[in-house]
Design a protein around this ligand. Sequence first.
Ligand code: ASP
Ligand code: MG
Length: 421
Amino acid sequence: MRKIIVQKFGGTSVADTEKIKNVAKTVIREKENGNDVVVVVSAMGHTTDYLVKMAHDLAPNPSGREMDMLLSTGEGVSIALLAIAIQAAGYEAVSFNAMQVGIMTENVHSKARIVDIKTEKLRKNLNEGKIIVVAGFQGVTEDGEITTLGRGGSDTSAVALAAALNAERCDIYTDVEGVYTTDPRVVPNASRLKEISYEEMLELAHAGANVLHPRSVETAKQFNVPLRVRSSFKLDNLGTLIVGVDKMEIYKPVAGVAADSSQARIVVCDVPDKPGSAATIFSKLAKENISVDMIIQSYPRKISNTNDIAFTIDSSDLAKTIATLDGIKADLNCGEIKVDDNIAKVSIVGAGMIDRPGIASTMFETLAEQGINIRMISTSEIKISCLVDKDKAQQAVKALHKVFELECDEVAEVKGTLPDV
Ligand code: ASP
Ligand code: MG
């Protein structure tokens, strides 16, 4: 049986017709290798941002349904153009949107999860020898409503398609050469990782490494899809392979450092110290589909029998979070709600830190030496994150990258910009 390769090209790779021609060549090259090819594309360049801006010019808080209707049009343009470019080069190609394929999602607007992908139409067209171009980022509910998977969601579309089709590999083409130990724009001698585990990549993606949509890595891990991040321009460079941790040799305790400046911290002050307080806050936020990251509850104050609950969210959810908390303030019987979005989360990630003491203390000492104050700390088995002032984030990344010996001798050659996720 022929192997299926899923390729994904982001907005910068299809930003204009010249670039689309270039993508067509890369697609054809894979087809010429004797593989069946399914290509997933994002909207051209900054189309999605532009569409978002237009909607916000009309309304401060446009409805989720209409936003999804609007944003899904971006990918509609790029799939047809790429199919035209492939056909013009003499190959058979067909484009499909999510509705035509049957990329089924839950009934949630703006960050729906994929629940199922129908493969009949895809298999039929692959068997006819066609290259298939599928719209990333979008899905459809059982009722035929259009949804989107969240900004940067085309990566997830690609991995989910690879899983559904039992593909040999999913190649994410981008304008950087792979996954680096940190953002090479901040640290020019960051090293490219040849391999990284799903677990580490997932933590890095959540920690703000803007290379892959976190959910795409989750899906790859769940279905064991080998994932490669590679350059659209340097086709002979194999980029970074993302695989299971069991398949890797681990040399260093820390694999990468990342910063996420798109976070906001909320402190709900004077929350009664009794069962159900935290449940009230976080179940309401969950109902609104707001993801919470770090959570800290302070030690209770004796006289008032209250404590403070602090947590972080993505800044894009800030308005919704404040509205939600205002709605439960009376029920909760809490005090003031404080908001601070002048913060950033800096994280170190590595499967090699398991059972190796001293990594956290090295991180804290390094930040202290730089005079950087830590506002919150959270940890997982393979990650330590510190919340710091936003204007200190880059300094923190540089110092941590150095202390954990992640630099390489050469200065990384970085063309273009990292994709926005
Ligand atoms: N076009 C969408 C976005 O800009 C999806 C993607 O690029 O992956 O977020
Ligand atoms: Mg992207």
